[in-house]
Ligand binder design. Structure first.
Ligand code: PBG
Length: 326
């Protein structure tokens, strides 16, 4: 009997072993960067209502979190500070005794092998909740750069291994690189939030970090979700200005952008799997609507397939646990 002619893709899917042999993308625990929210005060270990499984911790609880990460094989964390006091210039962002500076010193003393990434922004620290200095209802670009450089230097002084500016002012990589070099921190890399969209997926984070803008929105500095070329321009600028890593944020709705940035630049690409992406899965799982573990691992794998070398994710600890079990 004459056979029909067609390709037999199923030949490579016949067993677990075969599928493992031809698998193209792997998740490794080393790929994960775990975000940690540090708050001022004592004995605080408070779950963020919109982010089940994510906690605000005070300094006394930070090493518990870090030791858990180390046991699971997670190599790096990104620190977000939630200060008690806010003012118009976000001065707690660059205070020597700021919460991120204190947490950084503590972690680097107790667990020097942990890579500490400091998020460099002002929005958690300003009373108006914007990422820069505000005058007459406008977020000013150039005057903000000085404060960002100052913040980065204070974080590096405290021992931060990597500076991650997330504020989306133009020229922030130049300003921070200049500030770091001038202060002698030539070897501290910049992980730039190069492509950051003005996204509603940040909602739960703003609850967590108490960083919602008190007027207006972030559309004059964060990007329009409809734009692709703009993302390429943003990434090009940051590369020219000396960024060492490029973040694409959010991740899930922007996997196409991640692939393009990866193909265009020979730098490590970082996916920021943001709060809304996390909370949607948690909510669906709590309702029994999805298989939580499978959906999370599928989601993280898709980011790596799209070109991410590293993933900032609130799922880091649970994903590390599942990878260990497999
Ligand atoms: C601050 C900042 C934001 C996030 C990280 N850094 C929020 C924002 O821009 O409003 C969002 C992270 C997340 O949603 O998980 N600039």
């Amino acid at each position: 009997m004459k056979e029909l002619e067609f390709d037999r893709h199923r030949r490579l899917r016949g067993s677990d072993a075969l599928r493992a042999m031809v698998r193209e993308t792997w998740l490794r625990t080393e790929d994960f960067i775990y975000p940690l929210f540090v708050v001022e005060g004592e004995n605080i270990h408070r779950e963020v209502p919109s982010m089940p499984g994510v906690f605000h911790v005070s300094l006394d609880g930070v090493m518990n979190e870090i030791n858990e990460c180390i046991e699971l094989g997670i190599k790096s964390i990104i620190l977000f500070g939630v200060p008690k006091d806010k003012d118009s210039h976000g001065s707690q962002a660059y205070a020597e005794e700021g919460i991120v500076q204190q947490a950084t010193r503590l972690i680097k003393k107790e667990a020097p092998e942990m890579v500490v990434i400091a998020d460099t922004c002002l929005c958690q620290y300003t009373d108006h909740g914007h990422c820069g200095i505000v005058e007459n209802g406008k977020v000013l670009n150039d005057p903000t750069l000085d404060l960002l450089a100052k913040t980065a230097v204070s974080q590096a002084k405290a021992g931060a291994d990597i500076i991650a500016p997330s504020n989306m002012m133009d020229g922030f990589v130049t300003a921070i690189r200049y500030g770091l070099d001038e202060a002698g921190f030539h070897d501290v890399p910049i992980m730039s939030y190069a492509v950051k969209y003005s996204s509603s997926f940040y909602g739960p984070f703003r609850d967590a970090a108490h960083s919602s803008p008190q007027f207006g929105d972030r559309k004059t500095y964060q990007m329009d979700p409809a734009n692709r070329l703009e993302a390429l321009r943003e990434a090009d600028s940051d590369v020219n200005e000396g960024a060492d890593f490029l973040i694409v944020k959010p991740a899930l709705s922007y996997l196409d952008i991640m692939r393009e940035v990866k193909d265009r630049h020979a730098l490590p690409i970082v996916a920021y799997n943001v709060s809304g992406e996390y909370s949607m899965i948690k909510a669906a799982a709590a309702n029994g609507w999805i298989n939580e573990q499978e959906v999370i691992l599928e989601k993280l794998t898709s980011m790596k397939r799209a070109g991410a070398d590293l993933i900032i994710t609130y799922h880091a600890k649970e994903a590390a646990r599942w990878i260990k079990e497999q």
